[in-house]
Design a protein around this ligand. Structure first.
Ligand code: HEM
Length: 119
């Protein structure tokens, strides 16, 4: 069932959301230090794939594991919450319905376990 994927505007919608998310992450003092020297093109591409899979779209995730990717980055709950807020703004800006936003966020929440380095 790809109804959730369609509510995000399929691939073009995910590309726009990911572009807007990245702009916000670089403008947000809580997340900017993590992303200023990061490989922007690669991250955007892998994030689109990953969101597409999570939303039931016809994609394959070709990136590294969440644990491997984020280890040693000192990501804590505050940084994680900041990214989630910036993602909510990006989804709002792109007209994703609230119930659809919540479904994606519910899939991301348990990933905190693999992304964080410290409580
Ligand atoms: C559920 C939440 C998150 C998801 C789904 C996610 C997803 C991803 C993905 C798919 C990549 C690229 C993987 C690859 O290169 O193969 C990535 C890289 C990265 N993420 Fe996250 N991420 C999350 C949370 C965070 C948080 C909270 C931060 C910091 C505030 C963060 C910082 C980074 C950085 C800096 C990279 C680049 C690492 C490098 O290649 O040097 N991520 N993330």
């Amino acid at each position: 069932d790809d109804s959730l994927y369609r509510e995000f505007g399929e691939k073009p919608g995910l590309v726009k959301i990911t572009d807007d998310l990245y702009d916000k992450l670089l403008a947000d003092p809580r997340t900017q230090p993590y992303f200023e020297d990061a490989p922007i093109k690669r991250i955007k591409q892998k994030l689109v794939e990953q969101f597409c899979v999570l939303l039931g779209g016809p994609c394959e995730y070709t990136g590294r594991t969440m644990k491997r990717t984020h280890e040693g980055q000192n990501i804590d709950r505050a940084a994680f919450n900041a990214l989630v807020e910036d993602l909510q703004d990006a989804m709002d800006k792109n007209g994703v319905p609230f119930h659809a936003q919540n479904k994606l966020l519910a899939k991301l929440a348990p990933m905190y376990r693999d992304v964080q380095d410290r409580e």
